[in-house]
Structures are given as structure tokens and as C-alpha cells.
Design a protein around this ligand. Structure first.
Ligand code: FAD
Length: 290
């Protein structure tokens, strides 16, 4: 569910147009309708909401394990190792230059430090603090059967209902610095207060509930929040695949399919995914609203 806050609706208006263009089923509810349907939320300040009845959530950990198993079953080989680069951005495994016809680099947030000349300027890595809050005893209204995932750009927030008794994931995006290789993944204390304030405003039924889990992780932000899918300008066997704004996972199957076609040179990449200068778009033109 997308909540469009009064005065902050450009991306949400564009999303409506995109849903219509692509035939994505959705309901547009005004504030009163939203409050009736989803009483878990205090909809103060919300102009309208877009509710997708067919939307769901993806269990990311399970998906990755399933994808690896499927890849093996289809004859793929999986090996774990740390790929390194030299000053000319050639890639090495166990000290040996990799000379395969096609090398797809999809090392997420690490891509910028591996390719400081080519990817570094396009890749800003930020840390995100995620808190999971308990739900009141005896209530089911915060479970995924009764509550959708939501995004609330007006408050820089998003969240997920409680799944498998895990508590509500309500998160306020407070971009934080992160040292990918040296930081412990422990949340920062001040995010607790900011998330609590958001919960008081939007989910008053959770006031007094406690944090039951927390995660501190990294996302990659490209300046325009578009993906990076392009060949290395000097090494014609290296294809980059990653980038964006912390939204790559759900695009995974389509993204992977498209990257495979580029890798096999069946077609080229899209202009918006290429290397080169990028600028921050207006919220209306931003693919992510960030
Ligand atoms: C708090 C949070 C919430 C998010 N919510 C969503 C969401 O709701 N929806 C969504 O679609 N996305 C979401 N994301 C973003 C999503 O997790 C990322 O977009 C996605 O994981 C990026 O995938 P990737 O394969 O490019 O990179 P990663 O998942 O980061 O994978 C990169 C892999 O490369 C490996 N690697 C790094 N360096 C090397 C090396 N030198 N050699 C070998 N391997 C290496 C790493 O160990 C890692 O396994 C969220 C992210 C965060 C942090």
C-alpha cells in the first residue's frame, strides 16, 4: 500500500499512472476509506492511498536458497571465493586473472570499492537501521493476513506487517554511514527514538510495544536510483549488474533475465542503466521516489 501524504504526492501520482499503463490492479482510497479498511494506521495527513490487492511480500532468505538450489539442479556450479581487482580493474580469483568470455559482477554495495574508477562515482553506500516491534497480546490486526506492507514517503518510512510472529517491521529511513568491511551490524541508538516517533504518529496501537529484533544493513544508491547494467569500458568481458536504491531484490527475476540477454549480447542495455554521468531526478521522475 502506498500512502500519499498531502504535499508529497508527485511520485505517488506517477505510480498511479504507471499502474494504469501496466494494468496493475489497485484501489485508490481516500483518507476515510483508508481509515475504515486499515484501522491499524492513523491516516492523519494522508491525501490518498493506493492499495494493490494482489501484492504480497517475498521471503528473501528462502528465495536466495531456492534460487541457488535451482541453479545447481540445472547444472550450474557454485563456488565461494573473494574476487579481487587490480588498479586497471581486471578481476582475479585466488590470485589468478579471470579470463572467461563473460564475467557478471553483482557484488552489490561492494561493487564501488572493487571498481573505484568505474562504479565508485555512481555508488553511494548508506546504512539502514531496521527495527521490529512486538504486537499487542491477543491481537491479530498487525498480522500479514490483515495488514499490507506499506510505503510512506512523506515520513521517509516503510514497513511490513508481522509475519511468522516476527513483529512489525516499521522503518524510518535515516541515511547512516557504514564501513562495509569493518562495522558490526548493530543498530544505532538514536534510530530507536525516531522509529518510535513514527510509530506513535502512524501506528498508535503499537505505542508501548517493544523492539524484538533489529538489523543494520547497507544499500547502494545510484544518483538517479536507476540500476547499473553495463559493460566495463575497458574490459569487454566484464558486465556490471546492480545498483539502484535498495529496491533490487523484488526486481530480481526480471532483472536477472534482462542481464542474461545483455550478457549473451542478444541486445544492449537500456540507456538509463548505462555507466556515465547521472543526476538526481525530481521525485516525479525518480523510479524509487527517493
Ligand atoms: C533494510 C533494507 C530493506 C530493503 N528492502 C527491500 C525491499 O523491500 N525490496 C527490495 O526489492 N529490496 C530491498 N532491499 C534492497 C535489496 O536487499 C538489495 O537491492 C539487493 O539485495 C541487492 O542485490 P545484489 O545482488 O545487487 O547485492 P547483494 O544482495 O548485496 O549481494 C552482493 C553479494 O556479493 C558478495 N560479494 C561482495 N564482494 C565480493 C567479492 N569481492 N567477491 C565475491 N563476492 C562478493 C556479497 O557477499 C554478497 O553476497 C532492502 C535493503 C535493506 C538494507
Amino acid at each position: 500500500m502506498v500512502l500519499a501524504t498531502e504535499g508529497h504526492c508527485d511520485w505517488e501520482d506517477m505510480t498511479t499512472e504507471t499502474f494504469e499503463k501496466l494494468g496493475v490492479p489497485f484501489h485508490r482510497f481516500n483518507q476515510d476509506e483508508l481509515s475504515l479498511r486499515f484501522p491499524q494506521f492513523d491516516m492523519t495527513g494522508v491525501k490518498y492511498g493506493l492499495y494493490e490487492p494482489e501484492a504480497g511480500m517475498i521471503m528473501a532468505h528462502r528465495s536466495v536458497i531456492s534460487a541457488v538450489n535451482l541453479f545447481r539442479k540445472l547444472g550450474g556450479k557454485v563456488a565461494r571465493g573473494c574476487v579481487q581487482t587490480d588498479a586497471s580493474e581486471q578481476v582475479y580469483l585466488d590470485g589468478k586473472l579471470i579470463t572467461n568470455d563473460l564475467i557478471i559482477i553483482s557484488t552489490g554495495s561492494w561493487m564501488g570499492e572493487m571498481f573505484p574508477r568505474t562504479i565508485g562515482p555512481l555508488s553511494n553506500v548508506i546504512g539502514l537501521n531496521v527495527l521490529y516491534t512486538s504486537t499487542p497480546e491477543g491481537t491479530t490486526q498487525f498480522d500479514h493476513d490483515f495488514m499490507p506492507c506499506w510505503i510512506d514517503h512523506g515520513h521517509g518510512s516503510f514497513g511490513m506487517p508481522s509475519v511468522e510472529g516476527h513483529g512489525i517491521k516499521a522503518m524510518t529511513v535515516i541515511p547512516d554511514s557504514i564501513d562495509l568491511d569493518n562495522d558490526e551490524r548493530l543498530i544505532r541508538q538514536d534510530t530507536l527514538h525516531k522509529t518510535r516517533r513514527y510509530i506513535e504518529t502512524r501506528l498508535p496501537g503499537l505505542v508501548g510495544q517493544k523492539v524484538v529484533d533489529s538489523k543494520f544493513n547497507q544499500i547502494t544508491m545510484t544518483p538517479d536510483t536507476h540500476f547499473i547494467i553495463d559493460w566495463h569500458p575497458e574490459h569487454k568481458n566484464i558486465l556490471f549488474a546492480g545498483g539502484c536504491s535498495g529496491h533490487l531484490f523484488k526486481h530480481g527475476p526480471v532483472f536477472g533475465d534482462f542481464v542474461a540477454g545483455v550478457g549473451l549480447r542478444e541486445y544492449g542495455s537500456e540507456a538509463r542503466f548505462r555507466l556515465g554521468k547521472r543526476t538526481k531526478p525530481s521525485p516525479k521522475d525518480s523510479p524509487s521516489g527517493r
